[in-house]
Design a binder for this molecule. Sequence first.
Ligand code: PEP
Ligand code: MG
Length: 580
Amino acid sequence: MKTKKGIGVSPGVAISPVVVIDTEEFDIPERHVPVDRARSELERLKQALKRSQLEIKDLQRRTIERIGQETAKIFDFHIGLLSDKILLDKLSDLIIGGNVTAEYAVATVLRGYAKDFLSMPEYLAERVKDVYDIEKRLLRNLTGQRRQSLSHLERDVIVLAHDLTPSQTASMDRKHVLGLAIDAGGQTSHTAIVAKALGIPAVVGLNDLTGEVSGGDIVIIDGSHGLVVINPDDETIERYRKFAQQQIEFVHSLDSLRDLPAITSDGHEIKLMGNIEFPEEASSVLEKGGDGIGLYRTEFLYLGADEEPNEQKHFEAYRSVIEQCGNLPVAIRTLDLGADKYTQSRARTPERNPFLGCRSIRFCLQNLPMFKTQLRAILRATVGSQASLMFPLITNMLELKQAKAIVRDVAEDLEEEGIEYRNDVPIGMMVETPAACLQCDAFAKEVDYFSVGTNDLVQYTLAVDRSNEKVASLFTPAHPAVLKLMREILRCGQRHNVPVSVCGEMAGDPTYTLLLLGLGLRSFSATPPAIPEIKKIIRSVTMEQAVRVARRAMDFDFDKEVIYYLRMETRKILPEAFAD
Ligand code: PEP
Ligand code: MG
């Protein structure tokens, strides 16, 4: 039995055999084989090497015919490596000496090669892509076409992967994926956000767990404490079963809050809404007692889709959410593609710093036909509703003015075409950068509301990539600089009478509920499973208490002090909060 610590991003417990998935969704089966099977593994490997060489030679021949001799030379490296005696020796030593499967040997040895290439001068480091290519080809030839489609599983599993894209996570078979353990990622990576929204216990930032676990091993995912237990003993399994039961009971104990308002014990009404990625999630927001949708991440329409959604597809998705929500508000965020979502995997030349690159509103302003398609659908779908639209990642005034001008253009087009649309849809903007926050007085005159995206605000304020596990411990909304920006935007909203909502993960973390209330926040939007607990805290506190806590929290210099203090104060009001 071995326990690994990562970052718990979606609470709950799962106990199950694992399926280990590589980046291409190949299932890497168990590591060890009985001594007498090692020879047949070596034989399988030799067959796979031969098949891979034949494939590459065929590819090279076709390239010569179509493009020419020179270009076809790019395959020489592949052929050379696949027939390299040193590679074969390394692989057979591992298979025979270590009694491991051929797949495991290939993954281990070629990852080692990739690492070596990466440390070489730039022109050689480029070779790393070829090494990955060769690895994939060999694995494909070893496993046949045994790709694990995470969307069609036949048994209950915990998925263990080096990394998963948000779309892979979103398309997972929710019935059979009981838990997720991922080497990469941080607290607010989009993969983590999707896992949380789906209620799948998940731990990310485990670094090298995929190297330590074999397909079929039993593991426990403890998403509440960020732990993964590999091959647990009976006593540990029993302990976790009890813990899981307590958690289920705790969740049910909050069911009675569903139809009660989010109102402080001294009568201040708070709007408590939910974040969604897919139209189907709207029902879980309502089931959890949410007051509407404070963030609809519409870019998920693109993720996992084989082709770009057309206007009708957009329209149907928005209409579905609006109809499910009746008279409740729905904030439809325009496409936030880019960074870890969609564009990089399709780009011929991926950006060097995609989170600082052409993402979000910047991407939309450079892809006007796509943006206009979405805006047409939004203006049509919002007729007669309480829905609004909001722009993500607005950083300068020109972007906001341009985006609003495009909305006007689209409205004119619809008018001319005689198509029914809403011509006074409220327009909000997300505050996700220090720049937007510091220029909020000017922006306040241009928008109907602000919605603070704390995931990006923390990332850009603290210079910490939200999806990089190596710096995950530095990512925290409790940093005094972030708190000052939050206070500033809330004060700005009051100065200009512009409503402010918070829809980043901070709004769904019970640690920060008192602080946000005390700073003046009256509108939260959280991941649906978090709604009841946040409501419980709101209903347990007076505004005076919250203001006092917020004032004191602003005095600390260290984020850890802030967190410790906030949790202690929350426990005074609600002793069961943060229970282990
Ligand atoms: C945020 O950045 O806080 C936010 C809500 O947007 P997303 O997580 O989709 O980037
Ligand atoms: Mg964001």
